[in-house]
Design a protein around this ligand. Structure first.
Ligand SMILES: [Zn+2]
Length: 287
């Protein structure tokens, strides 16, 4: 027990060290907002990942050349001005609510996703899904869920993304394909294990079944286990569910089988870890 506790504490400490510093998170959010603007003017079709890589710099140079600016691949004030309403204003310079558009909205959407509340496409427009994600994040962060991203919400989003205080074992005997993070203009909130149809799916940690059935969203046949400390694990697109709501299972117990139900293009296990509802990167807690 004591050893377990030490492991958890050490894992949490390492998680804290590895989490991006607030300044880095802000920088990534600005790059993501830039990528959204570059997509809108059709010079960039890469992922909105917040990383200023070669494709992003090439896109900046195309905009600069097109507008007769100095071509340096760096998005300074002039380049952002050339991007029009998508190039401004900075996140935190005004309160954001439903129907707002612009650079700051894209940065907000990116930060919401990184904190475990993806909202559909990161596109610089604060629509109903972003509004819902914003309110859920505010409630999560202990703020009034009023759907207005002011100074307190932005400050909370500049803190490091949450991590799971609990560790997990692999829920299936398969390699990880898509990981947690940006995927195109969207954000993938978990791990995809490249498993075969009907492979057994195991509880990644002991816990109790809080949900077992067909999800009305895209998860298909879904099992959700609760592990205490506000941590849940999610097993989606199953072909078969082998547990009932309310049952408690040991780590490694078989809870279902891999499938391709819901929004899925082929058999795989979509696995999520959530902390009080926020999707967290399983990489930090998977053993
Ligand atoms: Zn997935």
């Amino acid at each position: 027990m004591a050893r377990k506790l030490v492991t958890v504490v050490v894992a949490a400490a390492i998680g804290g060290l590895l989490a991006p510093a607030p300044a880095a998170a802000q920088g990534a959010a600005d790059v993501a907002a830039l990528q959204v603007a570059l997509r809108a003017v059709h010079v960039y079709d890469g992922s909105v990942d917040g990383v200023a890589g070669p494709a992003t710099r090439a896109a900046i140079r195309r905009v600069q050349a097109r507008r007769g600016l100095a071509v340096d691949g760096v998005a300074g004030a002039q380049t952002r001005r050339a991007l029009g309403r998508r190039g401004r204003p900075r996140l935190g310079s005004r309160p954001l609510a439903r129907r707002a558009r612009g650079w700051d909205v894209a940065a907000l959407q990116f930060l919401l996703a990184r904190h475990g509340f993806p909202s559909g496409a990161v596109d610089g427009g604060l629509g109903p899904r972003s509004d819902a994600a914003l309110r859920r994040f505010q409630a999560w962060a202990g703020l009034a869920p009023d759907g207005v991203a002011g100074a307190a919400t932005v400050a909370a989003l500049r803190r490091p993304a949450p991590r799971s205080p609990l560790s997990f074992r692999r829920p299936v005997a398969a390699a990880v394909g898509d990981r947690f993070g940006p995927r195109g203009v969207r954000f993938h909130p978990g791990f995809d294990f490249v498993a075969q149809a009907r492979d057994p799916v195991w509880a990644a940690r002991s816990g109790c079944v809080v949900s077992a059935g067909r999800d009305p969203g895209g998860y298909g046949k879904l099992v959700v286990l609760s592990h205490g400390l506000g941590v849940t694990s999610w097993y989606a697109h199953l072909s078969r569910i082998g547990v009932r709501r309310g049952a408690c299972v040991a780590a490694g117990a078989r809870i279902g089988a891999v499938g391709s139900t819901g929004s899925s293009t082929g058999p795989h296990l979509h696995f999520e870890v959530r902390l009080r509802g926020a999707a967290v990167d399983p990489a930090g807690s998977l053993r």
